[in-house]
Design a protein around this ligand. Structure first.
Ligand code: CA
Length: 410
């Protein structure tokens, strides 16, 4: 009997030819980081496949790189060419013999940060999350700050501490001060939290002094990854006025190892929620194009136990609006820029993407199956975020996972 070809994947796979996310991998036999494409239970060595299939030199050079950045920089026409070529290599009989040896079992690879992160920006685009945090931190006041429905609020984070899924996270130390304390003290965070977010990976750059219009967003955004924006709430709440998050966020941000191209998410486009405040023209997507968000369902697990199913479709601001706002002052884009959505939270308790909301700032702890309770994370806890989206013809697109375990403070 012939062995089953790695090119034969089950129709319900999350990583079929409809997905084709990019990552960077090594193997025990070959320590060179190289571009891979997840396909079924395998990883296609993209550069090896390009050489084996006799691809043009330009495309081969992009796919044989040690990171995704050269392909990111090449822009949408190159992204389209690469996707078409990968699709042909994985599906056409004429390529079978050449391409099959380029598939490596996923269990044999080590995955690395899939791109060199240039600048990192984090937004705050869920109305449910922003309103919940407002109710927790500013009881009695309006849940949303007055600017919230006029602009997608964001801050610049720390690109150098973005790490790939699986990297342990050391509990940060810093200044802690509860509202009732007379003065801060220093020590390990007691309120370590997660934020389940979607990250957008920028490909094509834009020059300083220019703006990216809503209609041009897809020329610049290559794809998406999962993000866990680890957050030390006690450090954050003491430091964030008036300049925003700083050390409460910058110690670590985890991303999934696979970048799913926007092209794989065409069937996931969905209308954003109704807006009750007209935005300024540069953010008004009703005129520029039919506005769309993305119907991506998240799954958040704490020590293997599901604690939330946040719906990305509920996000108020779209990624096109975030990008238009990020560049409206003339700030440039670089290949490898990462901007994250902010915590994905829906209207119900079970759809909230951060512990601060799930436990209402620790007042309503989660009960775990092992009988323990959690207001915030304890040392040794492991958080895993996964997500899927609708694909073409009834398929599902997998975004992989971002996972991390909390190590004790040092
Ligand atoms: Ca965040």
């Amino acid at each position: 009997m012939r062995p089953v070809s790695p090119l034969a994947v089950p129709p319900d796979t999350l990583f079929g030819v409809h997905n084709l996310p990019y990552g960077v991998f090594t193997t025990a036999a070959d320590a060179r980081p190289r571009l891979g494409v997840a396909y079924g239970e395998h990883v296609l060595d993209a550069g090896a496949a390009a050489r084996a299939a006799g691809a043009p030199a330009g495309l081969t050079a992009l796919l044989a790189a040690g990171s995704l950045n050269p392909l990111l920089a090449a822009g949408r026409p190159a992204w389209t060419r690469a996707r078409a070529a990968l699709t042909a290599w994985l599906t056409a009989d004429e390529h079978r013999a050449a391409v099959e040896p380029c598939l490596v079992p996923r269990t044999d690879v080590t995955l690395h940060l899939p791109f060199e992160v240039a600048d990192y920006v984090d937004f705050y685009a869920s109305e449910h999350h922003a309103a919940n945090v407002g109710r927790i931190f500013r009881p009695g006041a309006a849940p949303l700050p007055p600017n919230w429905k006029h602009l997608p609020i964001g801050y610049h984070g720390r690109a150098g501490t973005v790490v790939v899924s699986g990297t342990p996270v050391v509990r940060p130390c810093g200044q802690r001060k509860a509202p009732a304390d007379p003065a801060p003290d220093y020590g390990p965070s007691r309120r370590l939290d997660i934020e389940a977010e979607l990250g957008f990976v920028v490909g094509a750059p834009s020059p300083q002094g220019s703006r990216v219009a809503l209609a041009d967003a897809d020329d610049h955004v290559f794809g998406v990854c999962l993000v866990n924006d680890w957050s030390a709430r006690d450090i954050q709440s003491w430091e964030y006025v008036p300049l925003g998050p700083f050390l409460g966020k910058s110690f670590a941000t985890s991303v999934s190892p696979w970048v799913v191209p926007l092209d794989a998410l065409a069937a996931a486009r969905t209308a954003p929620p109704a807006r009750d405040t007209a935005p300024l023209p540069y953010l008004d997507d009703r005129a520029a194009r039919p506005p769309y968000g993305l119907d991506i369902t998240f799954d958040v697990r704490l020590n293997g136990h599901r604690v939330a199913r946040p719906p990305f479709a509920a996000m108020y601001w779209t990624y096109a609006q975030m990008l238009a706002h990020l560049t409206v002052n003339g700030a440039s884009l670089r290949p490898g820029d990462l901007f994250a959505s902010g915590t994905v939270s829906g209207p119900d308790r079970g759809s909230r993407g951060a512990l601060i909301e799930l436990t209402w700032n620790g007042e309503q702890p989660l009960e775990l199956p092992d009988g323990t309770r959690r207001g915030f994370l304890e040392d040794g806890d492991e958080v895993t975020i996964t997500a899927t989206a609708p694909g073409p013809a009834g398929t599902r697109v997998g975004l992989g996972e971002v996972t991390g375990r909390v190590l004790p403070a040092r």
